[in-house]
Design a protein around this ligand. Structure first.
Ligand SMILES: *[C@@H]1O[C@H](CO)[C@@H](O)[C@H](O)[C@H]1NC(C)=O
Ligand SMILES: *[C@@H]1O[C@H](CO)[C@@H](O)[C@H](O)[C@H]1NC(C)=O
Ligand SMILES: *[C@@H]1O[C@H](CO)[C@@H](O)[C@H](O)[C@H]1NC(C)=O
Length: 788
């Protein structure tokens, strides 16, 4: 039902009851109707009314309005020069065609909302050569035979929507050479037959939506050389063949509203280079990927709204769209990430609508990369008022804005509703009223909850896709950790505090696969039945942080953790993956394997790999993803109580460089293995599964420091000789003390280092155990120089 006609109907029923039915639909900004003095059929209204031809030319049209009269037959007599005859919303199932034929000037015939089930009852024998517009919406038509409308050779508009059409003969539209507009939306068609359109060389607008067509044929619209607008909404389309739109050379406007597309049909869109308006709203697209919209040089407006599953807009998703002026990406409840370089070369974009998503920020890069941007809408997003939003902060706090013209010129749509939701002390403040000083300078990575659910179920043998995104400044690095503790992601590039350590499975693309050498060298302690890095497994880590796995097996169920890390810190988020077995159908809903999730027996052997004076590299190996692991350490002195330090270990990390240690000191380090993250699943009790693993070591001794004393230039050669002599004596003495070879056992020992930076200086440094700020200094520095 068309809403306006329902409304009209309701209104007129009311009016009929009162006795006056004034159709109010055309009234408004249009010119008023004029009186038309003819003998009008009973209860109908005859007036001269404004009428616009399909090509928008204004006419004063003698109009007979017999809408909503419960008519079962054509009311007579119809004035002979009738131009528009309205019979909407009656009970007609057939019509006196001879009477119609007499109306030589009949241009517009509205038979919508009646009971026609056969189109021949209207078109048989009569020739309505003046008819330009025929309304047959909301009737009971179920099929259209060949040449259904051949008696209307000049028809320009044909409205057949909301019928029961399930069959249209290949030649149904034969003879409609002049047809400009065809609405066959909301019927029961399951296929699109390219032959329908061969008779319609001048068609400009085609509405096909609302038919249960799951796929479109290749070159199905090729005959429609003049088509400008194609509406394919609500059809259940899951994808689009590469050549589905081929031949639509003049197409300017295309709508895929409310379909089941899971990807932007990039290849198909390349066949319609003239497109200006594109509507992809309400589809199942998860990602707008690199190159999805590229080089569509005439595109003016793009709609990517109301997508339940859209999580991310990737780098270069929109590129080189020189005419794009309006971009709408709104009401996408899971959209939490727009890459700072998502929009490239959009030189004319003026209006960017991003309200009602899950965005935490709009990166300054985006604003700066859009030179024509005038307005942005960001309200109803969980905005983070930190360094990512400095560009939007109060103008006054930007003294350096003159050089760049862009960010400050941008107008916020609904600024009073554009509020900070983070950090807590700025919550509910208007973004535009927060000063730059109040916004923190640091931007830790945050993985938005909306991008990654806490549980994902997948069929055994199916494909698992997990999306993880994080915005931060500097740009964070993302990696994944599998239930078996494998780390999947780019090699650490020195940003991590932990040492590079073993990088179990560095996987970049599926084509690269896994190198057997890498796999085995990385996990030396893996067992036969539990290979930590199965080379045949096809993991795929997309550049922006999506993990894909094909042919998931039951043993791959468990906890997957995404880690986003930059130089300032890290954020992690875990998702439990359940694998539904496909064999056991007897049990309701099949089986769900969460193997190892509740029953993780976390185990790891802690080792000291390397010890320096001020650092120690610890490593361990675990066959599990342990997202809440901690490392604690404490200096051990016999006579002093020292604080214990703790650090969180990021999932997938299997080694750690403890830094800032005191030299020559004993340390005790413990690894506390965690099994789940933040107590979100399972009981808190199970988060740390067992007694910590502990180990002790001693840091190395401090070598000779740099010479720190200025030597007076008047040293004599005699003094140097004396000095050397003293040194030799001391060396001899020290050798007698230092007979014990075990250096780490805490015995006193002396390291003597000579460093003669200038021939006139000699520094002897004697070091003993436990040089430490907290301790009484046990080391002595013996400096020998002239006159000593
Ligand atoms: C049809 O319209 C033309 C031009 O407006 C007019 O001259 C002619 O009389 C009309 N025919 C009838 C039957 O009224
Ligand atoms: C560990 O940290 C120390 C001190 O920051 C550094 O000198 C050393 O190179 C680091 N070792 C590794 C392997 O990263
Ligand atoms: C596997 O890794 C080794 C050592 O890293 C390398 O030399 C070799 O080329 C790799 N092989 C393949 C097929 O990538």
């Amino acid at each position: 039902m068309r809403p306006n006609s329902v409304f009209l109907q309701a209104q007129c029923l009311l009016c009929v009851f009162v006795g006056v039915c004034v159709p109010t639909v055309v009234v408004g900004s249009l010119p008023h109707a004029l009186p038309w003095h003819v003998s009008c059929p009973v209860r109908c209204v005859c007036q001269i009314k404004p009428w616009f031809s399909p090509d928008s030319v204004y006419h004063e049209a003698p109009t007979v309005d017999c809408n909503d009269l419960l008519l079962t037959r054509l009311p007579l007599p119809i004035p002979p020069n009738t131009h528009t005859l309205r019979l909407q919303s009656n009970l007609l199932s057939e019509i006196d065609t001879a009477a119609l034929q007499a109306l030589s000037n009949l241009t517009d015939l509205d038979l919508s909302q009646n009971r026609f089930s056969c189109v021949r009852t209207i078109t048989k024998s009569s020739s309505l050569s003046s008819l330009l517009s025929l309304h047959l919406e909301e009737n009971h038509l179920s099929h259209l035979p060949d040449a259904s409308f051949s008696s209307m050779p000049n028809l320009q508009e044909l409205f057949l929507s909301h019928n029961n059409l399930h069959f249209i003969a290949p030649g149904a539209f034969a003879g409609l050479d002049s047809l400009l507009r065809l609405h066959i939306n909301n019927n029961k068609l399951t296929t699109v037959d390219p032959r329908w359109f061969r008779a319609l060389p001048h068609l400009e607008v085609l509405m096909l939506g609302g038919n249960p067509v799951e796929s479109l044929p290749d070159r199905g619209f090729q005959a429609l050389k003049s088509l400008r607008s194609l509406v394919l909404g609500s059809m259940g389309l899951r994808g689009l063949a590469e050549k589905a739109l081929e031949g639509l050379e003049g197409l300017e406007s295309l709508s895929f509203y409310d379909n089941k597309l899971t990807k932007v049909p990039t290849q198909a869109l390349r066949r319609v280079p003239g497109l200006k308006f594109l509507d992809l709203n309400k589809n199942r697209i998860k990602l707008i990927e690199t190159g999805d919209f590229r080089d569509m040089v005439y595109l003016k407006e793009l709609g990517l709204n109301n997508m339940e599953e859209l999580v991310s807009i990737e780098k270069g998703a929109l590129e080189n769209l020189p005419e794009l002026t309006k971009l709408e990406i709104t009401n996408n409840p899971r959209l939490s990430y727009i890459n700072p370089q998502a929009f490239l070369q959009l030189s004319r974009l003026e209006s960017l609508m991003l309200n009602s998503n899950s965005l935490s920020a709009l990166h300054q890069h985006i604003v700066l990369s859009l030179p024509s941007l005038q307005e942005v809408s960001l309200h109803s997003n969980p905005l983070r008022c930190d360094c990512l939003f400095h560009w939007a902060a109060e103008e006054a706090s930007h003294p350096h804005t003159e050089e760049t013209q862009t960010p400050r010129m941008v107008r916020f749509i609904q600024p009073q509703a554009t509020l900070c939701s983070e950090p807590p002390d700025l919550r509910a403040r208007r973004v535009r009223e927060v000063s730059s000083r109040e916004m923190s300078a640091s931007c830790l990575p945050v993985i938005p909850t909306s991008s990654l659910p806490s549980y994902v179920g997948v069929r055994e043998g199916g494909k698992l896709v997990l999306h993880c995104r994080a915005l931060a400044d500097p740009q964070p690095e993302l990696y994944w950790v599998t239930p078996k503790g494998l780390r999947l992601g780019p090699v650490l590039s020195g940003t991590s505090k932990g040492s590079p350590g073993p990088d179990p499975c560095h996987v970049m693309t599926v084509s690269e696969g896994l190198n057997q050498t890498t796999a085995s060298s990385v996990s030396p302690s893996h067992t036969q039945d539990d290979p930590p890095c199965n080379p045949s497994k096809h993991y795929r880590l997309l550049p922006e942080g999506t993990l894909e796995m094909n042919k998931v097996t039951l043993s791959e169920a468990g906890l997957y953790t995404c880690v986003a890390e930059n130089t300032l810190g890290a954020d992690t988020r875990s998702v439990t993956v359940g694998v539904h077995g496909r064999v056991k159908k007897r049990k309701k809903g099949g089986t769900v394997n969460l193997k190892g999730y509740e029953t993780v027996r976390a185990d790891a052997r802690l080792e000291v790999r390397e010890v320096g004076q001020h650092y120690a590299i610890l490593s361990w190996h675990s066959g599990h993803n342990l997202p809440s692991t901690r490392l604690s350490w404490q200096a051990i002195y016999s006579n002093a109580h020292t604080p214990t330090y703790t650090t969180r270990i990021l999932a997938g990390t299997q080694s750690f460089n403890l830094t800032h240690l005191q030299a020559e000191t004993f340390y005790r380090v413990c690894l506390h293995l965690g099994t789940s993250e933040g107590g979100k699943h399972g009981s808190r009790r199970s988060r740390e599964s067992r007694m910590p693993q502990c180990i002790s070591f001693r840091t190395k001794d401090v070598p000779e420091p740099e010479p720190s004393l200025q030597i007076s230039p008047e040293l004599t050669s005699t003094a140097v000789t004396l000095l050397l002599l003293a040194l030799i004596l001391m060396l001899l003495a020290s050798q007698s003390w230092d007979t014990e070879p075990n250096k780490g056992a805490g015995k006193h020992h002396i390291t003597i280092l000579q460093e003669i930076k200038s021939p006139k200086a000699l520094i002897i440094n004697q070091i003993t155990e436990g040089s430490n700020k907290n301790q009484p200094k046990q080391s002595e520095k013996l400096l020998v120089y002239q006159g000593c």
